[in-house]
Design a binder for this molecule. Structure first.
Ligand SMILES: [Zn+2]
Length: 475
């Protein structure tokens, strides 16, 4: 089935057709590294990862670029507050960002360009915009003239509304139109600066993203993503800059995720409900947090509260318990009578999962399809204790692919955790020593019986010239 995506540009669901056959090029707005990422950022990054993973699952080669904004007003402010340089601030928080996304099992982008490493390219783009008449210089600042770009407002909606919003943000006598935005900002006391044709200064945030996106993905690419808060002015301005420069469409599909609220309120530092990923991971595991973040459709609001987190935890446990039940079924060589029913239920659920994901990445419906598999496994294991090994592998294979590869939820069953415990290690040593003693006494029957009983609970032992080793059965 063809993937359908809700495109903010045009505000409707469209069939997804990539520019190049079999390849999808994506730009996702990354973090501004001035603080730890919060759970609202995490919702956006996890959603982007879902898009990345599902497109790969559908067989596309994905080129995923996500930037690091390491020069910006917020970083400069943080640097002035702390006395650390903007480089130090950038390093501290980009490292924290990479740690957080790794904890959430978000795949690392193919390219993570840093704004400060692309300043000369940004200067070039700005210069061309001036030459083409889309930008003008005033006292060392360069502004984009929105009145020159006819399509201004096409992403966020009404052009006039956008212009008025611009006017409300700041009144600057240097600007020709209130909604004109800075491409280059002249140096102010204590700010980092680069040399340019307009004197010392630094790029504006919007030009950073347009430049890096085109640098790595070309003038026109497939998908541009970010949180809903980035539609205006950030993405509107990215379009204006890039399309004025090239005369070609910039990104073809624009995807934006909804807010995450905390106890029904918008997250903000002043309300004291600003929860970083690290704070959230004190309340639950990374797997539960990720599962919670995809439990609502990305275009629906999602509220972070104790109950919803508990609910996510309980749901994920149900799934993992069913997988564990499947893995602990004893293997047999012949297929039993209930196995065909199990397999057909699993494949029907897989189809429903794909239909849900094809319909604009509907993760709650995809999770419901996984619950259909859970139900099928639970019904089967209530009737049977055995399963043919190939059936077990097949069912496990489907559930592992959907849950781990597509939704990015690692399967950590209790069974896998056993060998990590010191107690299990010690118990296994006692059992193996006892079995070794039986072998010395040529009590083969007892020794084999121990081996077989261990196998039944998933522990494989192997007699080697250097002694007996044990490991958990791989499915
Ligand atoms: Zn951006």
């Amino acid at each position: 089935m063809r993937l359908r995506i809700f495109n903010t540009l045009g505000m409707r669901k469209e069939d997804f057709v990539p520019l190049r056959d079999g390849e999808v090029r994506i730009y996702a707005c990354g973090p501004t590294v001035y603080d730890f990422i919060h759970i609202g950022n995490a919702r956006a990054f996890v959603f982007m990862d879902i898009v990345h993973r599902y497109l790969e699952y559908k067989g596309f080669r994905v080129i995923f670029v996500s930037n690091i904004t390491d020069v910006d007003d917020k970083i400069i402010r943080r640097s002035q507050e702390t006395g650390l340089s903007i480089q130090q601030i950038g390093e501290i928080y980009s490292e924290a960002y990479f740690n957080d996304i790794e904890a959430l099992n978000i795949m690392k982008p193919d390219v993570c360009p840093r704004a400060t490493q692309h300043i000369s390219e940004m200067i070039e783009v700005i210069q061309k915009l001036i030459e083409k008449g889309f930008a003008y210089q005033v006292d060392g600042d360069v502004y984009f003239d929105v009145s020159k770009f006819e399509d201004y407002g096409k992403l966020s909606g009404n052009k006039m509304e956008a212009l008025e919003m611009g006017a409300r943000i700041e009144v600057n006598p240097k600007k020709r139109n209130p909604a004109d935005f800075a491409l280059w900002k002249s140096r102010k006391e204590g700010e980092p600066a680069w040399y340019s044709p307009w004197g010392w200064g630094r790029p504006g945030w919007h030009i950073e993203c347009s430049t890096m996106a085109m640098r790595y993905l070309g003038e026109t690419f497939d998908i541009h993503m970010g949180g809903k808060d980035l539609i205006f002015p950030h993405h509107e301005n990215e379009i204006a800059q890039a399309e004025s420069l090239t005369g070609k469409p910039f990104a073809r599909y624009w995807l934006h995720n909804e807010w995450l609220t905390v106890n029904g309120q918008k997250m903000s530092k002043s309300l004291g409900n600003f929860i970083t990923v690290q704070d959230a991971l004190k309340m639950c595991s990374p797997q539960v947090l990720r599962f919670f973040l995809i439990s609502a459709h990305y275009r629906s609001p999602l509220d972070f509260n104790k109950e919803s987190l508990e609910q996510a935890k309980a749901s994920l446990e149900k799934i993992l318990n069913a997988i564990e039940r499947l893995l602990s079924l004893e293997e047999r060589t012949k297929k039993g009578e209930n196995e065909d029913a199990l397999l057909s239920q699993v494949y029907e659920a897989k189809k429903r999962f794909e239909e849900a994901m094809d319909d604009d990445f509907n993760t709650p419906l995809a999770i419901a399809a996984i619950f259909d598999i859970v139900k099928a496994i639970n019904i089967y294991s209530s009737k049977e204790r055995q399963i043919e090994s190939t059936t077990k592998k097949e069912v496990y294979g489907v559930v592992r692919t959907l849950l781990e590869d597509v939704l990015g939820i690692k399967i950590e069953t209790k069974g896998k955790e056993k060998p990590r415990s010191e107690l299990v290690d010690s118990l296994m040593n006692i059992i193996l020593e006892f079995r070794q003693e039986m072998r010395r006494r040529k009590e083969w029957k007892i020794s084999d019986e121990i081996r077989d009983k261990l196998r039944k609970i998933g522990v494989i032992i192997e007699d080697t010239p250097h002694g007996t080793r044990w490991q958990l059965k791989e499915v």
